[in-house]
Structure formats: C-alpha cells, structure tokens
Design a protein around this ligand. Structure first.
Ligand code: AMP
Ligand code: MG
Length: 397
C-alpha cells in the first residue's frame, strides 16, 4: 500500500474527488440563508454597474478641457437624483459622492481643490478626462456573468447577489457525511469513563469540522473493535456521500477498519502519509463512496481532517476551488525537530499575526493543549532547526 508525502496525498485526494465529478443536487434558498453555501447557478448582472457615470468624490462636475479656470455653477446634483440639464463650456455642477455625473461633464474636481465664490468656482489645476468618475459599466456589464457555479458564498458574494437583485438563489445540497468512531475504550460523552476509558470527543470535533466545511454530519453508533460491528457500521456509513472513520487504522491487532473496508470491496489510494500527527491515514473508495480512515488520536483526527477530508467535503458540496491557505509568521523562539515528516504542531499566533509560539504538548492525545492553541505551525520535512525570528508556515484552526 502507498505511503505518500503530504503534498502527494493532498494531490491524490483533490485529484480523486475532482475526477469523480460528483453532481450535488441544487436547492433554492433565500438570500438570508445563502451564507456559506455553494452556488449552483451562474449569477449574471441585471444591468451595467454603475448604470450611469458616477462621481466618486464630493466636488464639482466639470469639462476637463475647461481647466484650469473659473467656472459658473449652474446647479447641484445629490446621490439618488439625476441632473436634468447639460454642462456647457465654462460651467460646473456641484456634485456629491455617488451622484450621476451630468451630461456634458467628464470629470469631477474634489471640493478640497477649488475655491467657491458665490455662484462661481475657481479650479487652479487640470484634470484628466474621467478623473474621479466611475464610468458606466466599469464594474460590470449588463448580462455579464459575475459568479460561476461552485463559488462559496461569503459576505461579499451575498452583497453581490443583493446588488443584482437576487433575493433567492440556487445552491448545492450539503453533502451528507457519516462519522464513525471505533474503539473498545470509547464511551459516550455523558458517561463516566473508567480510568482506562476515554470519552468520544472525535465525533464532536469532526462534526464541527464537517459543518464548517459545508457538510451535514451524522454521528453513527460507536463501532467496538470487533470485525462484524465495524463492517456493518462501515457498510451503513457508505450510504452517505462520505464516510469518516476515527481510529482503528494503525497496525495493532484490533485495528480492523482496513480489513472491514477491504471486505466491502474498497479500493485504497493510500494508507500512510509522512505527516505528524496522523501517519496512518487511509483514503479510499467503496460502493462508489469515498472514505477516510482517520487515526484515532484526537490531534491526528483533527489535523488529518483539515489537511485532507475538508477538501473532500468541500468538493462533494460542489465547491470548485477548495482553498488550503497556509500563512507565514515568525517564530517567537528557537525551534528544533527531527526531519522526515511534515509536522503540524499546536501553537499560538499572537493578535496581529506577527509571531507564532509553539505550545507545550504531550503528543497527539493532548486535547487540552489543542484547545489552548489557535493555530498549527507547519514544519517542512527536510529542515531541522529554526532560530527565533525565522519565518515559518502557519495553519489557522
Ligand atoms: P487508534 O487510532 O484506534 O489506535 O486510537 C488511538 C488513540 O486515540 C486511542 O488510544 C484513544 O486514546 C484515542 N481515541 C480513539 N478514538 C477516539 C475517540 N473517538 N475520541 C477520543 N479519543 C479517541
Ligand atoms: Mg482503536
């Protein structure tokens, strides 16, 4: 089975998901429900924007050929109205930001650059044709496609929908994602664990991550480390658009996930990635559905979801270009690591993003440390040491 580097594994996931050409069903939602959804139709402009040449300044609408000069002010035009007349040579119209530039005028001189005396305005400078004017259609042309299907709708996209008069919009159905925790040691959140047991936190972090990626999570019952229940629950999970399993993918005697999936006819694309946390990580397809077998340690589950499964949920949700944005910041202290793996370590990014500090942690099971962190610092596999002040990549969480 394949062991991949971080980049290879990510390419593999993106490639497989895109090649599957999953077509989510469209559904119509109102503008107030559109946030975070993925567009299922092209959005075209309903007219030119702006529909008329518009002033971008408070000042005077003028004929640039008249300048410099002393101009006769024939009236004013405010935002929300149109000037009826036409500016003749030697004339100007007082104009407010957002108001349409009167016919005859081709530029706007800022009020700060003129001297007003009665019904005259003195303009001591020249202006280029079109200066301080937003030309008709300069932002968008009538019928021009402004958003393509596959765009995730954030606040600016929603503003655009409102601008072009769309009070409802067609978006893709959220992908249905099954979450299946495995393990004999796992108990439910409202149970009191014995010392050798642990509460089921992974399904909760995964549900949050799935929702954040635009998916709709369903948490399945815990699969005990027995072949039959693991296989049955995995089979059930493969009825969803995507199956996420937590735990049971290491080399231990009771790590049954791969065997159960293989017996369900799975094709495996990789089962190890050179990352930390999360080395044993299974990605494949069975019964026409993709699945990820995520390692059970909480940090591994969280990190491998963000690195790989998140993009899968986004693509299954119809998103064209899932983003994976690593930032850069400077280390607050010297830092060393062993080479060979791309590491994602809990860290704190300061308020203005200029410094990143690794946090002490006790390995992949250290949920308290993860909850204290607001980011992961990302190390390249071939570099051993960094000095305080060195640039390093950061994954926000
Ligand atoms: P595994 O990948 O199955 O070997 O699990 C590794 C470790 O992750 C286990 O020993 C648990 O401590 C922890 N773990 C596994 N599943 C969960 C879960 N659902 N919630 C919280 N911790 C888990
Ligand atoms: Mg286990």
């Amino acid at each position: 089975m394949a062991t991949l580097t971080f980049e290879q594994a990510r390419q593999c996931v993106l490639g497989r998901l895109s090649a599957a050409k999953f077509q989510p069903n469209p559904e119509v939602v109102s503008l107030s429900e559109a946030s975070g959804r993925v567009l299922a139709e092209p959005i075209a402009s309903d007219r030119d924007y702006p529909a008329l040449p518009r002033s971008v300044r408070d000042g005077f609408a003028v004929r640039s050929a008249d300048l410099p000069g002393d101009l006769f002010v024939i009236g004013e035009v405010r935002a929300g109205e149109a000037f009826a007349g036409e500016v003749q040579p030697g004339q100007a119209v007082e104009i407010m930001t957002g108001a349409p530039v009167p016919r005859g005028a081709d530029a706007v001189v800022m009020v700060e650059h003129c001297t007003v005396a009665g019904d005259h305005v003195q303009v001591p400078r020249t202006l280029a044709h079109g200066e301080n004017v937003s030309a008709r259609g300069s932002q968008a042309r009538d019928e021009e496609v402004l958003l393509e299907p596959g765009a995730r709708l954030g606040f600016a996209e929603v503003a655009l929908l409102a601008t072009v008069g769309r009070s409802s919009v067609s978006v893709y159905a959220r992908p249905q994602v099954a979450i299946l925790a495995t393990g004999d040691e796992i108990v439910e959140v409202n149970e009191t664990p014995l010392d050798y047991q642990i509460r089921n936190s992974n399904v909760e972090s995964l549900a949050v991550q799935v929702r954040r990626a635009g998916g709709c999570p369903t948490i399945l019952p815990i699969a005990r480390d027995l072949y039959e229940p693991t296989r049955e629950l995995a089979e059930h999970g493969l009825r969803f658009d995507l199956l996420l399993l937590s735990g049971g993918v290491s080399a231990g005697k009771y790590d049954l996930v791969e065997r159960a999936l293989a017996d369900l006819g799975a094709e495996f694309f990789f089962d190890r990635v050179l990352i930390m946390p999360g080395q044993p990580l299974v990605f494949g397809k069975a019964r026409g559905k993709f699945f990820f077998g995520l390692p059970g340690n909480p940090a591994s589950t969280m990190v491998t979801f963000e690195l790989f499964a998140r993009a899968a949920v986004e693509i299954l949700g119809g998103e064209k270009e899932p983003r994976f944005a690593l930032l850069w910041s400077r280390l607050s202290q010297d830092f060393r690591q062993k080479t060979g793996l791309t590491r994602f370590l809990p860290a704190n990014l300061n308020a203005d993003g200029s410094r990143i500090s690794p946090l002490p942690w006790q390995g992949s099971g250290d949920v308290p440390s993860l909850a204290r962190a607001n980011a992961f610092l990302v190390t390249e596999p071939d570099r051993e040491s960094w000095a305080a002040g060195d640039w390093i990549r950061v994954l926000l969480r």
